[in-house]
Design a protein around this ligand. Structure first.
Ligand SMILES: *[C@@H]1O[C@H](CO)[C@@H](O)[C@H](O)[C@H]1NC(C)=O
Length: 424
């Protein structure tokens, strides 16, 4: 009886806490190693980020990894044996997650009181974001169309926004496509997408890039994973699909390994329990098929594609699968530098400067990514944009959201100017 009462209390508490107790005692370590060494961890460990050699000046990569109390000794031993250096950067992940949640609840309560529908100091649920998009379209129907693009695996509506002064009917205009939240735990990506939409729709000063360009923005591509990361597991990255073998134990697919570009060529990505599981086939995920159709809907005019991710301060371009450059490698680099420089001008003093480069050379090999697939189907400028995480990684406190959305907008604006000058 007493046990039952305790269980009920604990179970209710754990619901309120978004499942953070599963990370009780989990620690975060920063590990340095050769690119191959860091890449090899991906199949077995939860890598929160990898950042390039230039920052550590050692010719190596640095990764932030999460170690549970049970696996800690084994992995530290593994690092020692391979002469990979490491430092502990967080003692108890559960505490950090509880603190983050408390902050968000507080901000949200005050935002509700002030009666604004969106503020840049907290995170919103999927239904709140969808409602906001519908309202915005209703109030600006000459400019904004919301497309109900398809349902997620669990049946949530995935929406995207088309912004155009000519209803997408002027086929001479270039198109820019931006997506966010393919990876569930990278929460700051959706506010960045919403801020971009707001700038384009509500700010008259941006009329040149609104008149001259048609925009497609998918602000919350993986709603199942996102909602799950709020309610159950803050560290969730993948979709929540269960259509693959082994899904009972390990549901979900890494959406940014699910595109049809060198898909199925990497053994580490074939394991359903790995955080980089590519899925049972290319485009197996309904969420990823939404991105495919958004890109393909105007493929002959698409000039720039950006997938928003968190974190690491990087603009990464193709080819990630082998580290060679596409034929327009120089242009990719130049446009990337334009965007990165615009962001750096507004960045916080203690933030890392942006790195622009080939994904495989800066980090390591990847297959099935949206960046490579969009380049391969003919979009000239395609990037994975890793937003800043400061010392928090993708657990960026909501206090930083405003900084990140504003500085990133400067980069998007610079990218749009480049598109106007070169692709109209
Ligand atoms: C590298 O991959 C790209 C496609 O991503 C391909 O076009 C190119 O031929 C490959 N290069 C080499 C050297 O294998």
């Amino acid at each position: 009886m007493t046990r039952l009462v305790i269980c009920v209390l604990l179970c209710v508490a754990s619901l309120v806490q978004g499942g953070h107790e599963k990370y009780e005692g989990h620690q975060l370590y920063r590990v340095a190693g050769l690119s191959e060494q860091i890449q090899a961890l991906e199949a077995h460990l939860d890598i929160l980020s990898a950042t390039p050699a230039a920052r550590s000046r050692s010719g190596k990569l640095e990764a932030v990894v999460r170690l549970s109390p049970e696996e800690k000794q084994q992995w530290l031993h593994y690092f020692d044996e391979r002469h990979m250096t490491y430092t502990k950067i967080a003692d108890n992940l559960a505490d950090i997650l509880r603190e983050e949640e408390a902050q968000i609840q507080k901000k949200k309560a005050s935002a509700r009181r002030s009666g604004k529908s969106i503020t840049w100091d907290t995170y919103y649920r999927h239904d709140e974001i969808n409602d906001y998009l519908d309202e915005l379209a209703e109030q600006n129907s000459d400019l904004v169309t919301v497309i109900n693009a398809g349902l997620s695996y669990e049946g949530r509506q995935i929406k995207y926004v088309r912004i155009s002064t000519t209803r997408f009917e002027n086929l001479r205009k270039p198109v820019i496509v931006i997506d966010a939240m393919v990876h569930a735990r990278e929460w700051v990506t959706t506010p960045v997408a919403i801020y971009i939409i707001n700038q384009l729709v509500l700010e008259a000063k941006n009329s040149a890039i609104v008149d001259g360009i048609d925009w497609i923005i998918i602000p919350l591509a993986n709603p199942d994973g996102y909602e799950y990361s709020i309610d159950e597991d803050r560290m969730w990255r993948k979709t929540r699909s269960k259509s693959h073998e082994g899904a009972d134990e390990c549901p979900g697919v890494d959406g940014n390994r699910n595109f049809d570009h060198y898909w199925g060529t990497r053994p580490d990505s074939a394991n359903p329990c790995s955080i980089i599981y590519e899925g049972p086939e290319a485009f197996s995920e309904p969420e990823i098929r939404v991105i495919r159709s958004a890109v393909m809907s105007n493929i002959e005019r698409a000039a720039l594609y950006i997938s928003l991710h968190s974190y690491g301060n990087m603009f990464l371009y193709a080819w990630g699968n082998n580290g060679t450059l596409p034929s327009n490698g120089l242009v990719l680099h130049l446009a990337g530098i334009n965007m990165a420089t615009a962001i750096d001008k507004l960045a916080l003093e203690h933030a890392d400067r942006y790195i622009v480069g080939n994904a495989a050379n800066v980090l390591y090999y990847t297959t099935g990514t949206s960046r490579d697939w969009t380049r391969a189907v003919g979009v000239p400028l395609t990037y994975t944009l890793e937003l800043p995480g400061y010392e928090y990684g993708f657990l960026v406190p909501s206090d930083y959201v405003e900084q990140i959305v504003k500085e990133t907008w400067a980069g998007i604006e610079a990218g749009a100017q480049y598109v106007l000058q070169n692709y109209s």
